[in-house]
Design a protein around this ligand. Structure first.
Ligand code: OAD
Length: 238
């Protein structure tokens, strides 16, 4: 079933909150997930920022502080090792930095990055934070308030075209720990070539629909991703 893969396959990985769950970061929609505790409308929309910026800042400041308390897990490390042996691109919906801290370099953040802030008036003014908090009154170099560098619901996803172009050239697509509820990110899996070999790693059912050439590994990422790495190393003699 899986013949005709090139000797040097392009492996594209789409990750979601589930890949960081075993590091101790909550997912969004599992039982006890972030969207059970907080309303999306209150903390993750442009309207929330307009109505109650203090609450929005507190929500993301708390998330940012948590990053210092967690570490990459075996799934992040296996993906970083994969990149040392193959042509790998990671497209993540996550705003944490665990892929980079595990050693991955080719990472696209579709929904922004917790460790960055940007000007609310000039979106191209983006800053890497060296402290955990953005406060009211923290401004960009042109004097406008800084906001989290996060793509909120109702906002454009600037990296989606780049991500789509990458997925279109995938020989192997790994979909790890995402419920595939949020578009346009979830739609990316349909941009993969028809014959592309696809793995879905998620202990639960997701919204992938029926896809040709898809294997659902119903396991946690921390176990399934290292096992897939081993499989690829053997299969491609790396
Ligand atoms: P979700 O919370 O919607 O889905 C997490 C998925 O991870 C679920 O399908 C779980 O079954 C799975 N999961 C849980 N533990 C796992 C484990 N150990 N190994 C593998 N899978 C596991 O999170 P996302 O799909 O990432 O956007 O959510 C997408 C977007 O919705 C987020 O980027 C965020 C959110 O609202 C914004 O805030 C813009």
């Amino acid at each position: 079933m899986f013949e005709n893969l090139p000797e040097h396959p392009h492996i594209v990985v789409l990750t979601g909150a589930g890949v960081s769950a075993e590091s101790g970061l909550k997912t969004f929609r599992d039982s006890g997930g972030l969207w059970e505790e907080h309303s999306i409308m209150d903390v993750a929309t442009p309207e929330a920022w307009k109505n109650n910026p203090e609450l929005v800042l507190r929500f993301y400041n708390d998330r940012r502080k948590q990053l210092d308390e967690v570490s990459p897990n075996p799934a992040h490390y296996a993906l970083a090792e994969l990149e040392t042996k193959f042509n790998v691109h990671i497209i993540t919906q996550n705003v944490d930095d665990l892929h980079q801290r595990a050693g991955s370099h080719n990472v696209i953040h579709l929904h922004g990055e917790l460790r960055k802030a940007r000007s609310e008036r000039f979106p191209s003014l983006v800053y890497t934070l060296d402290h955990p908090e953005i406060k009211m009154g923290d401004t960009c170099q042109r004097g406008f308030q800084l906001r989290p560098h996060i793509v909120w619901f109702g906002e454009d996803v600037p990296m989606i075209q780049t991500a789509s172009a990458i997925v279109k050239t995938a020989d192997i697509l790994l979909i790890v720990g995402t419920s595939l509820n949020v578009y346009p990110a979830a739609g990316l899996i349909n941009h993969a070539p028809y014959g592309c070999r696809k793995y879905l790693i998620d202990p639960h059912e997701t919204h992938e629909g029926s896809m040709y050439n898809l294997t659902h590994l119903k396991e946690k990422a921390g176990k399934a991703v290292p096992a897939l790495l081993d499989k690829f190393l053997r299969e491609f003699n790396r």
